[in-house]
Ligand binder design. Sequence first.
Ligand SMILES: N[C@@H](CCC(=O)N[C@@H](CS)C(=O)NCC(=O)O)C(=O)O
Length: 214
Amino acid sequence: MIDLHYWTTPNGHKVSIFLEEAGLPYKIFPVNIGANEQFESDFLKISPNNKIPAIVDHEPADGGQPLSLFESGAILLYLAEKTGRFMATDLRGRQETLQWLFWQMGGLGPMAGQNHHFNRFAEEKIPYAIKRYVDETARLYGVLNERLADRTFVAGEDYGIADMAIYPWIVPHTFQKQNLDDFPHLKRWFDAVGNRDAVKRAYALVDKINPPKQ
Ligand SMILES: N[C@@H](CCC(=O)N[C@@H](CS)C(=O)NCC(=O)O)C(=O)O
């Protein structure tokens, strides 16, 4: 059994998508980041950077004590290695996945996150900051669009953890002031990933855990 410390945000969705895709048994422990639950001492023991997602694997492959992990990229990699799924194991295929996983973790996630912050959440609307992050998000969408011009999924012909890491950061594209019609290859991929049953199940958790306020 895997404990998933989760909230209904892009980084949270990455891990729920993996767990649904792999059919691994898991239990959700909601961490309401809007209510500052990420700062509670029990959670900090698992996730010292006070952010979701985090997991605890009660059946690690070494048969030892439960293993806890934070950082969504590290979690996806761990789960791919644990299950032997959703990442190529040959030298070159593995590097394709890792590059794009790290591209998401170091580029798309942080830049789109700042885009959300300055566009939506900041009380003071700072035109310079909004433009900087909207433009950078557009640049990254362009890079991804090119990448998807001649392959089905981000790492190649097989769907995997790079797709799972990136998809949740494209879902709020309207928020990020991006139009998917400007990125046709990305749009084709986005629709294909969004139509997967496991992805739909992962997103259905939102209504259960953090339903939109009426
Ligand atoms: N690099 C981290 C980022 C995680 C992250 O930013 N989580 C956000 C929600 S998407 C969070 O928990 N924020 C709470 C806070 O910053 O206090 C990862 O990918 O796991």
